[in-house]
Design a protein. Sequence first.
Length: 425
Amino acid sequence: AGVTMMTRLWLVALVSLLCIQSLLASPLGVHPNEAGKYSGDSFKCGAVSIKSSQINDNYCDCADGSDEPGTNACANSKFWCVNRGYIGKYVFSSFVNDGICDCCDGSDETNGPKACENTCMSVGSAHRKKMYEDLKRFREGAAIKQKWIEYAKENRGTGGVSIQAEKEAVELLNQQHEALKTQVDNLKDALKKARKLIEEADKAKERIDDNSDSNGFEFDDEDDGDKDDAEKELSLQDRFSIFQEAHGKTPQELVDEHNRLKRERDDLRSKLNDAEGKLKSAEKLQALNFGPDDAYFYLYEKTFELRHPQYTYTLRPFSEVKQAHTTIGEYEGWSDDTFTTQLYKRGQRCWGIGERETSVKYECGSETKIIAIDEPSPCVYAMTVETPAACNIEAIHKVLQELGLSEEKLKEEFEKTNGLFNWVW
């Protein structure tokens, strides 16, 4: 509260001086990632080798201009604005010392006709605030991601299924099913005769007088149009006896056995289907790539929705994407080895266009949710999903490096919201 304007300006000047001093670790205009090329007593550019003292000496020694990143001597060179506290960027080296402030830290005009004030801390305040909020979200997501990685270590495998054991189970069930199927097929001819005898016996019983002492099998069947001569000479009771001698069972017992075998066969078919499905799922799970450390495994077989004004969009990672009841893509794989975008193809056809397809881009977040869906061209969709699985703390550190701030420094500035640091945010 008691800080004077002069003190504030002094602090700004001090920050600017510290920023310029930190640049001295590498030649002016060099991106931090390129600093290693400029270390040592000499510098190479193609077949040319020069002394390190010739870097930024205002004379173009290299054809690519790489020896003069901090001067305007080479027309094809680039100058890196560190812009500590904001966003680093490249400008053409021809802009260096031209009297125009192109970098917010003023580093492009260190020897020019005009001195530039370092405005990065003020112009970058909103950006740094967003970066800190992003950093908090990234850190939360990264912590969750680590738990997911541990979960994958314990559960990834093949879903607790031994593929070899499941293959053996499928083979055994298939053999048992085929054996029962053969038994059922072998009973077809006998079954036909048994059903015919039972049908004849039922008809005979209907014709018996209620008071008759006959057992229903001692008289000749009047309906003998379908019988051969030998059958016509035999009574129904005789034919029952002959059938039982031939098959070891009465006609009804054989029908009952056939029905039992059919039930067992159908039960085995059901078990076989389940085992084959289990094996297929395990083999599919084994083949899927869930990214580094299987971080995306936690999303497998889960469902996420986004209610849109027109449709509800549904994502089942590693399976499919739907627009209401329309499939707009089946899982194809990752677009590349960065593991940030998945491709879903072979969706339902669009009239006159072809199959629908969707790209799903994953971004870091503290929870998994669909945050956007777009249709950049007819029947081609682009979905954006936030998830802890996509969190990469190294990425935010890279941005912090470009900001010229450590995570601790950014947090320190963010949390100081009174007194002389009010101007930061």
